[in-house]
Design a protein around this ligand. Structure first.
Ligand SMILES: Cc1ncc(COP(=O)(O)O)c(C=O)c1O
Length: 437
């Protein structure tokens, strides 16, 4: 076997043949930078994959993981516990908006979504509303890649290859309204009425068939769609009116990305279930989870027979000791370094910096909130996505990591980013966007 043989590894969400012809290899990471195998430093404009909120190689988190591995490497999560699981759950409930009661652990954002959807169905059944089996997602939504997630998700490329998906799923319209909201700084003004689509689905299917509605507070993976002012409030009130659980998929927006612990606090709208992952452990050890509002756990427990497992759901690695240690240390770092507040403080500068790109020929829209930005380009002469990918490739060569989805550049740097690094990312983009056909 040759050490540099790249053929055996089937890479996820990657153009494998293209990558293997011209690999990009990361061998280290520290603070705001990745190190490549050819000895270059790459400024991280994406917090890895929206997850390394406190930057890389954070000493306190590294040490917590090392110590935990030496002390307790694994404990079975069914019918037994380890103290860090309980401590972490208490800390997460404290971080959540008022009124949340319990945390359930899994290992990723995709699993958090499955867990949320199953919990919603179980709750409806436990409270005597077993006819509520329908799940509502949204066009352009991304909820991971498991069957439940792609069923409620709304990105065609992630769904089209995989058969009939879950039955009984419907979708709201997405909230992108280029006619009215182009180049909005922060929350767009127009489109709260798009939430009335849920009312339409209630009229179509009957409220008594709908268990839950799941949305990302900001649809990030599709290219950063910030919800119009009043939209989430309106969804909340339609859900309340019709007994529908509202799930916020906060896998990206959790842990300070919008300057608050969760997007729910930033928007002042409280869902019934929050999914989380990524920033939960600062991306260091795989972990996901859901937070449920008070009453959900109690109702499901009360409906179970004495001695029965109340929710037949869980993973071998639910509440894994290394993940719990990493999460506890991450929460310490976020709090002690004031990173959520730091993100809030940087937001105006970030907004001004990214919007300074307006006017460059191929840019058709710029959107932002918190430390997130989406820069949408006109498709290049070689077809959809090609111009953005070429910009991505050149940024990598010039030492800046960005993310692209179709013709949209998405930026989400670690919350420790310095002003000069914001300028460096934006100046690099300005130069490269102007060069690429
Ligand atoms: C909103 C949302 N939900 C779920 C997921 C899936 O998370 P994972 O890749 O950890 O399964 C993602 C990943 O980006 C996400 O953005």
């Amino acid at each position: 076997m040759k050490l540099n043989d790249l053929s055996s590894y089937w890479m996820p969400f990657t153009v494998n043949r293209q990558f293997k012809a011209a690999p990009r290899m990361i061998v280290g990471a520290q603070g705001m930078y990745f190190q490549t195998d050819d000895g270059r430093e790459i400024l991280d404009g994406t917090a890895g994959l929206w997850c390394s909120n406190a930057g890389h190689g954070q000493p306190r988190i590294v040490e917590a993981i090392q110590q935990q591995a030496a002390k307790l490497d694994y404990a079975p999560p069914f019918q037994m516990g380890s103290p860090a699981q309980f401590e972490l759950a208490n800390r997460l409930v404290d971080l959540a908006p008022e009124g949340f009661g319990q945390v359930f652990y899994c290992n990723s954002g995709s699993e958090a979504v499955e867990t949320a959807l199953k919990t919603a169905l179980a709750w409806q059944r436990a409270r005597g509303e077993g006819t509520r089996t329908r799940l509502v997602g949204r066009e352009r939504g991304y909820h991971g890649i498991n069957f439940g997630g792609i069923s409620v998700g709304g990105i065609v490329g992630n769904r089209a290859m995989f058969g009939a998906l879950l039955a009984g799923v419907d979708h709201l319209r997405h909230t992108h309204d280029p006619q009215r909201n182009l180049f909005t700084q922060g929350v767009p003004e127009h489109g709260a009425d798009l939430a009335d689509d849920l009312e339409r689905l209630v009229q179509l299917h009957g409220a008594q068939t709908i268990a839950a509605c799941i949305v990302e507070p900001i649809a990030c993976s599709t290219g950063v769609l910030v919800p119009p002012r009043g939209y989430l409030e309106r969804l909340r009130s339609i859900c309340d009116r019709h007994g529908i659980l509202l799930i916020f998929d906060e896998v990206i927006t959790g842990f300070g990305r919008l300057g608050t612990p969760f997007a729910a606090q930033r928007f002042g709208v409280t869902p019934d279930i929050i999914t989380m992952a990524k920033g939960l452990t600062n991306g260091t050890v795989p972990m996901g989870g859901i937070l449920v509002r008070e009453g959900i756990y109690e109702t499901i427990c009360a409906a179970a027979a004495e001695g029965a497992v109340e929710l037949p759901h869980g993973y071998t690695y639910s509440g894994h000791p290394l993940a719990c240690a990493a999460a506890l240390a991450s929460l310490d770092v976020y709090r002690e370094e004031g990173l959520f507040e730091r993100a809030a403080g940087l937001e105006p500068l970030w907004q001004e910096a990214v919007h300074s790109l307006r006017g460059l020929a191929p840019i058709v829209d710029i959107r932002n909130l918190g430390l997130i930005a989406g820069i949408e380009l006109e498709a290049g002469p070689n077809g959809p996505g090609t111009r953005a990918f070429e910009i991505y490739r050149r940024c990598w060569e010039e030492g800046v990591l960005i993310r692209v989805t179709g013709d949209i550049i998405a930026l989400s740097p670690p919350l420790i980013i310095e002003e000069g690094q914001v300028a460096h990312i934006v100046d690099t983009l300005r130069r490269i966007i102007a060069q690429v056909d």
